[in-house]
Design a protein around this ligand. Structure first.
Ligand SMILES: N[C@@H](CCC(=O)N[C@@H](CS)C(=O)NCC(=O)O)C(=O)O
Length: 205
């Protein structure tokens, strides 16, 4: 299997950590794309993912799966003996999904938009609106506070169990450095959780 990705980008990092936690990193060949050079904008790549984003998983059959969580879901289902990261019971699955959507919509997306609209990183392919970018940065900063409160009495986002929600939150917290946002000294619960999840071997994947 091939995984089209970019080492420095946050969405592919989510997949790499997910695979590392499952012990499945050796199942994929990592193919690097330089996003700023537009290597994701070619017709050949658009045939794999019409949205022209990384990551994309390409199976031996030639079938492609785009979208970070769809790729993670593929590995969760295709390798049922690997550690479960998307829940086991109906309630766990639903609550993890809830968290993944909260993190995507209210944390990852504002972080990404804050980055793209304040830096002009992709100005060759979109029109940046700096004022909108600043608003998005504020929304991402509010999620730091929300996570800090949530983690006051928990080891991980779901409680005692490390899940994909921790992976996605970790990658988003870390990516906030590109918009100069970091865990504040008073956010001690968030910092303790961050130390805990960053210490796992998978965080270096
Ligand atoms: N919803 C997608 C988002 C993917 C995404 O935005 N990827 C970024 C890198 S983290 C990308 O490919 N950007 C290149 C571009 O926008 O041209 C997912 O979850 O996989």
């Amino acid at each position: 299997m091939k995984l089209y990705e970019t080492k420095t980008a946050p969405n592919p990092r989510r997949v790499r950590i997910f695979l590392a936690e499952k012990g499945l990193l050796d199942q994929v060949e990592l193919i690097q794309l330089d996003l700023q050079k537009g290597e994701n904008l070619t017709p050949a790549y658009a045939a794999k993912n019409p949205m022209k984003k990384v990551p994309v998983l390409e199976l031996e059959s030639g079938d492609c799966v785009a979208e970070t969580m769809a790729i993670c879901r593929y590995f969760e289902e295709a390798f049922p003996d690997s550690p479960r990261l998307l829940g086991t019971t109906a309630l766990e699955k639903a609550q993890i999904d809830q968290w993944l959507r909260w993190i995507d919509f209210y944390f990852m997306t504002p972080t990404g938009m804050g980055f793209q609209h304040t830096t002009g990183y992709f100005k060759d392919r979109m029109t940046p609106f700096p004022e909108w970018g600043e608003e998005c940065k504020k929304q991402a900063a509010r999620f730091f506070n929300f996570l800090d409160r949530h983690l006051a009495d928990k080891q991980f986002i779901m409680g005692d169990q490390f899940t994909a929600a921790d992976i996605n939150a970790l990658c988003t917290v870390d990516f906030n450095r590109v918009i100069q946002q970091r865990i504040a000294p008073e956010q001690v619960n968030l910092q303790a959780w961050h130390d805990r999840v960053s210490a796992r071997a998978s965080a270096k994947a």
